[in-house]
Write a protein that binds this ligand. Structure first.
Ligand SMILES: Cc1cc2nc3c(=O)[nH]c(=O)nc-3n(C[C@H](O)[C@H](O)[C@H](O)COP(=O)(O)O)c2cc1C
Ligand code: SF4
Ligand code: SF4
Length: 259
């Protein structure tokens, strides 16, 4: 049996989970291929028996870039494709996967697993969140790895496990997501760099939306930011400021999406 994992990962947490899922599928005797949506591949050119979709949750909802990608690249499948959807988040709160499930169902993809995996928090711009301790990080990884093993086994034997959120709660999450992202994305012009920046170009090269450019010797941020936090956490000089403030960086999994 061959599977495809399609994911988006801003700061490496989702990629970490993808890597663990791959290990479990291989143990289960499957062939598996992974693609980030940043590769912009068309699913039409791939053959597979099952599909796994993964992304970070932003304000308890699905990142818009992921939905847009699927709308453009997922076609009707003549055979029913078994599917798993997962998110990663700083907490265990379930997210509303229904909108995504509807898109998939229309294309003959049958979702049997929906799951949010808790990971250490990488949203370093939010000063109100308590920073994870080493113990928090270790415990979270341990717990998530054991949940991944369980989920893959259940997927392989066709057990349906769905984390359900009511439509009412879902529409509240969706509204909050829309409001929050509208404000955040507008505020992406609030990024700047301080004098520690050595113009290494890393942020320019790794931004998933090409929102950063170097004009002469000046690093500029445009208005196409999805607030994935990759640049802030990856900068080797911690030189990227948000609203003129320096932020602590999340380094646990950043190498998975930068190298
Ligand atoms: C803009 C933004 C909003 C977020 N909102 C939430 C949230 O509502 N709930 C949550 O548990 N985590 C939230 N997070 C944390 C991420 O979901 C979490 O760190 C995730 O594992 C990051 O995955 P990635 O490293 O693959 O990008 C948010 C992160 C960002 C950048
Ligand atoms: S990654 Fe950091 S040091 Fe490198 S160009 Fe960007 S802001 Fe400057
Ligand atoms: S500029 Fe925005 S989209 Fe680009 S890496 Fe930074 S946070 Fe992500």
């Amino acid at each position: 049996m061959k599977g495809i994992i399609l994911y988006f990962s801003g700061t490496g947490n989702t990629k970490f989970v993808v890597n663990k899922i791959v290990e479990e599928f291989i143990k289960g005797g499957c062939e598996i291929e992974t693609h980030s949506i940043e590769e912009k591949i068309s699913l039409q050119n791939l053959t597979y028996d099952f599909l796994v979709l993964g992304f970070p949750k932003y304000f308890e909802y699905i990142p818009n870039n992921f939905i847009e990608y699927l709308n453009e690249n997922l076609y009707y499948s003549s055979k029913e494709i078994k599917t798993m959807i997962f998110s990663t988040g700083r907490d265990k709160m379930k997210i509303y996967f229904h909108d995504l499930e509807k898109i998939l169902l229309d294309k003959n993809y049958k979702v049997i697993i929906t799951k949010n995996f808790q990971m250490p928090d990488s949203f370093t711009l939010n000063k109100n969140y308590k920073k994870n301790t080493r113990k928090d990080i270790r415990d979270t990884f341990e717990n998530t790895i054991s949940e991944i093993k369980d989920i893959v086994v259940n997927f392989l034997i066709d057990n349906i496990i769905k984390e359900e959120v009511s439509d009412l709660k879902g529409s509240i999450y969706k509204t909050i997501y829309k409001i929050k992202t509208r404000d955040l994305y507008k505020n992406s012009i609030n990024f700047s760099v301080n004098s520690n920046c050595d113009k290494c170009n890393l942020c320019v090269n790794i931004c998933p939306t090409r929102n950063i450019e170097k004009i002469g010797e000046v690093i500029k941020f445009r208005d196409n930011c999805i607030m994935c936090c990759r640049c802030v956490n990856a900068c080797p000089k911690n030189a990227i400021l948000y609203k003129d403030r320096e932020h602590s960086q999340y380094k646990e999994n950043i190498d998975l999406v930068v190298n």
